[in-house]
Design a protein around this ligand. Structure first.
Ligand SMILES: [Ca+2]
Ligand SMILES: [Ca+2]
Length: 315
C-alpha cells in the first residue's frame, strides 16, 4: 500500500508539473502524507544512548541509511539516524547538532505515542544545525531523530545538555583572610551529600593550585586544615549546568588562572573548612534557597566540588 500511494503521489506531482509548474505542491502533498506522527511504521530502529549527557554523545553519518521518518518541522526526504534516550532527572534538556557537517533537522518524540515533543531545522539564522529543548521528567524515554534538510545526508554530532530544575551542587563561602595573604573558606551549612545550590543558578568557581605553599598563619586545626596550595576565585559567574564534568570545571580554572589550577575540593585541607594561600573576592550573589531551610545560610557562595559524594552538578 505504501508503495502504491508513493507511486500515485509521484504521478500526481508529474501531472501538476505538466499543468503549470507547481511541482512543489506535489512534493509537499507527499511529505505531509508521511509526517503525521513524525515516524512511519512501528519498527523504527533506534540505537540506545542510555541517559548520556554531554557533547557528541553520538556521532555518525546519515548517508546510505533509510528514510523512515519525515520530521514535522521542515521539508525532508532525507535518511536519518534515530536514538532512544532517557532523561536522568526532571528538567529541561537541550538536544543539538552543533558541530555537524550535515544540514540537519532534529526531532524529539514520545516513543509511546509517537507525538512530537520538539522539532527544529536551523537553531539560528547563521547556522544549518538544529536545537530542540524539551521539558522531561526523570526516567522519561524519548526518541531522538537526526535527519537531513530536504534530501541532504552527511556526518553529524548529537549533543545533549541538561538543565535539571531540581539538581543541586555544593557551594562554600569565604570566612576570613589574614595578614599573611591567606584565605579561610568554609562550608557554612553547605550540603556536600546532595548539593545545596540549584545548578540552574550561577556562582563563581573556587580554584586551587596545589603548590606546597607553607602556612604562615595560625596552626591548622581538626576542621581548619591547611590546603598547601593557592586559591583563586573566578571574577565571573558560572552556571551550574555548565559544570558538565570535573574535567570541564578543572578546565575553567586552568584557562582562567593558568596551568596547575583546578576546581577546589571539599577535602583539600581536611574537610568542611580549610585555609590556603591567596586572597579571593566573592561576587555578590544571593543566599541559595537551601534544602535545609537554614536562615543562617550566607550569600556570596561559590562552587566547590566533592569527590566521594554526588554533590556536584555533573553527578
Ligand atoms: Ca528522514
Ligand atoms: Ca538545518
Amino acid at each position: 500500500m505504501r508503495q502504491l500511494s508513493w507511486m500515485l503521489s509521484g504521478a500526481l506531482g508529474l501531472l501538476l508539473v505538466g499543468c503549470g509548474g507547481v511541482e512543489q505542491q506535489g512534493m509537499e502533498e507527499k511529505e505531509r502524507g508521511n509526517s503525521t506522527m513524525g515516524r512511519r511504521g512501528d519498527a523504527l530502529v533506534t540505537d540506545p544512548l542510555g541517559s548520556a549527557i554531554g557533547t557528541a554523545v553520538a556521532q555518525g553519518n546519515t548517508c546510505g541509511r533509510l528514510n523512515e521518518v519525515t520530521p514535522t518541522c521542515s521539508s525532508s526526504t532525507a535518511p536519518e539516524h534515530a536514538y532512544t534516550w532517557t532523561a536522568p532527572s526532571t528538567g529541561t534538556f537541550t538536544f543539538t547538532t552543533a558541530g555537524s557537517a550535515l544540514d540537519s533537522i532534529l526531532q524529539v518524540s514520545d516513543p509511546a505515542t509517537g507525538s512530537v515533543l520538539g522539532c527544529n531545522d536551523d537553531a539560528a539564522a547563521d547556522t544549518y544545525q538544529s536545537s530542540v529543548a524539551v521539558n522531561l521528567t526523570a526516567g522519561q524515554p524519548v526518541v531522538i531523530v537526526v535527519d537531513g534538510y530536504r534530501s541532504r545526508c552527511g556526518s553529524f554530532k548529537l549533543n545533549i545538555h541538561g538543565m535539571s530544575t531540581t539538581k543541586r551542587g555544593l557551594t562554600w563561602v569565604k570566612a576570613t583572610s589574614d595578614s599573611c595573604g591567606q584565605t579561610r573558606v568554609t562550608c557554612d551549612y553547605c550540603d556536600p551529600y546532595d548539593g545545596d545550590t540549584l545548578c540552574t543558578e550561577s556562582r563563581p568557581l573556587l580554584c586551587i593550585r596545589p603548590d606546597g605553599s607553607l602556612n604562615c598563619g595560625e596552626p591548622p586545626g581538626a576542621y581548619d586544615g591547611w590546603a598547601g596550595g593557592t586559591v583563586a576565585l573566578t571574577s565571573f559567574l558560572v552556571r551550574g549546568t555548565d559544570l558538565t564534568s570535573q574535567a570541564a570545571a578543572d578546565a575553567i580554572c586552568a584557562n582562567t588562572f593558568g596551568a596547575g589550577y583546578r576546581m577546589a575540593e571539599h577535602h583539600d585541607g581536611g574537610g568542611w573548612q580549610w585555609r590556603a594561600k591567596g586572597s579571593i573576592t566573592p561576587l555578590s550573589t544571593p543566599a541559595s534557597t537551601h534544602p535545609r531551610g537554614s536562615t543562617s545560610n550566607l550569600p556570596n557562595r561559590f562552587w566547590v566540588r566533592i569527590s566521594n559524594q554526588p554533590g556536584n552538578c555533573w553527578d
